[in-house]
Write a protein that binds this ligand. Structure first.
Ligand code: ZN
Length: 461
């Protein structure tokens, strides 16, 4: 049966715990929130979830025929993320792209699109609604590989569409709707939309359910109106993740499918602001990467003030004093180096060269290099910490949010040795030492000419 054959989830490294929020606001909607680092956005989190899906699995990236990206907070106002996602993940240039946005139903749309398509399809749902942490806004991403003959079959899916004006919507330009302020009427609309969608399913009942969850209580309320009594606990993740917009339910679904037994049936009940419900019936279980024994990695707790600094993304601030201007065509030529750590091997003397440009550093040959992707993990060979005021101007906005950052020379062994300079992220740069292992992640590097430049940075293993 066509369905989900592999899944991965990603939560940012930083967490804001309930007592920190209560200390600042006297209230906290969730037990903890995932807080994106200053160099993360929906695209980088989506890349991370998809990378974790591919990692350690025997999946040919070239076999992916369609990539669907879903988010209510794409990092650009207009323009597509899916092609960037495809390039960062090294999918084939002929991959079909699709973008789903505007509501918390975006993930359901992307999944439906992938199920309707032929061949292998990658669904990536990532979100980081901008808003005050006291309102419970979180972040995270989930990725699903949809294939024929999948481990988890989708046996049926239904939609319920009606107009409910004013239900959980965001005006254009507004940061976020108030997550805590869900009225009784709105709860009824969510219940009704999902229940009507579920009623149309050809299914006898469910063992597990992952349901729309702006807060931890909603799934319990919704499930009361449904036939049978599916278990909602493993599919409810908002208390760990925070309200991650369109991504919360897909992350919960991934966790539910990881916990399900092979003969379990799982329900996903989506709701989209404005008034639509969607229901999917799944059969089976699938291992999910990014979870430890079915649970989320602990992460690192930070203070409320630190979370506020990291929240949101760096905008295109005027860069004082110029700085290193890299033209868009030159940047584009270096994409494979920046995303895939693509080095070159000299065809004459086999020396590994990074970046793979110019003549061979060893024998001077001008023959074209053979492309070699370096491993995603390397070793710190040298490190420096760039403190306040020491950053080149193009990095200053990021530094204001993220604090001092580390720059390391990272060495790789790939039948030869290559090294490259790169930023460290998700760590106290003082704690990283020469000889430490580090792993590549794709992050925002800086914004220039209004364009976000993404590339590899490194986190401690
Ligand atoms: Zn050579």
């Amino acid at each position: 049966m066509r369905g989900i054959d592999a899944a991965g989830v990603y939560l940012p490294h930083y967490r804001l715990e309930r007592d920190e929020i209560e200390g600042a606001w006297g209230r906290s909607p969730h037990a903890s929130l995932a807080v994106p680092a200053a160099d993360e956005d929906a695209l980088t989190m989506g890349v991370a979830a998809a990378e974790s899906l591919f990692e350690g699995r025997d999946i040919e990236r070239d076999s992916v025929d369609l990539v669907c990206f879903a988010s209510t907070t794409p990092p650009v106002e207009e323009g597509m993320c899916a092609p960037r996602l495809g390039r960062a993940l090294d999918l084939k240039r002929g991959v079909e792209t699709a973008e789903h946005t505007q509501s918390t139903l975006a993930g359901a749309e992307a999944l439906a699109h992938a199920l309707d398509a032929d061949g292998s399809a990658l669904v990536v749902v990532a979100d980081c609604p901008a808003g005050d942490p006291s309102d419970g806004w979180g972040a995270g991403a989930a990725a699903f590989l949809v294939t024929d003959d999948a481990a988890v079959g989708v046996s049926d899916r239904t939609w319920h569409a009606d107009e409910y004006p004013g239900v959980r919507f965001r005006e254009r330009g507004a940061t976020a709707v108030d997550s805590l302020d869900i009225t009784t009427d709105e709860r009824a609309v969510v219940r009704e939309s999902i229940a009507n969608a579920v009623a149309g399913l050809d299914a006898d009942g469910f063992d597990i359910a992952a349901l729309h969850q702006p807060d931890g209580r909603m799934p319990g309320r919704v499930v009361r109106g449904l036939p049978g009594a599916p278990e909602t606990e493993v599919g409810t993740v908002v208390n760990h993740v925070g309200d991650a917009g369109a991504a919360t339910l897909p992350i919960g679904l991934a966790r539910a499918l990881a916990h399900a037994r092979s003969d379990d049936s799982t329900l996903a009940g989506f709701f989209g602001g404005g008034g639509a419900g969607a229901a999917f019936a799944f059969e089976g279980s699938v291992p999910v990467s990014g979870l430890d024994d079915g649970d989320f990695p602990t992460g690192e707790s930070i203070s409320y003030a630190s979370a506020l600094r990291k929240r949101g993304v760096v905008t295109d601030e005027a860069v004082a004093g110029g700085g290193a201007q890299v033209s868009l065509p030159s940047w584009r030529r270096s994409l494979d180096q920046r995303y895939r750590l693509r080095a070159g091997r000299c065809p004459d003397c086999s020396t590994l060269v990074f970046p793979p440009e110019g003549a061979c550093a060893d024998c001077g040959s001008r023959e074209a290099f053979e492309p070699v992707d370096l491993p995603r993990t390397g070793t710190v060979e040298a490190k420096t910490v760039v403190g306040q005021g020491g950053a080149p101007p193009e990095f200053a906005p990021l530094q204001r949010r993220g604090g001092p950052y580390g720059v390391a020379i990272v060495g790789f062994e790939a039948d030869g040795h290559a090294a490259l300079p790169a930023q460290l992220t998700d760590c106290d740069p003082e704690s990283v030492a020469v000889g430490d292992e580090v792993r590549a992640v794709i992050r925002r590097i800086y914004v220039q000419e209004g364009v976000v430049r993404y590339g590899a940075k490194f986190v401690p293993r």
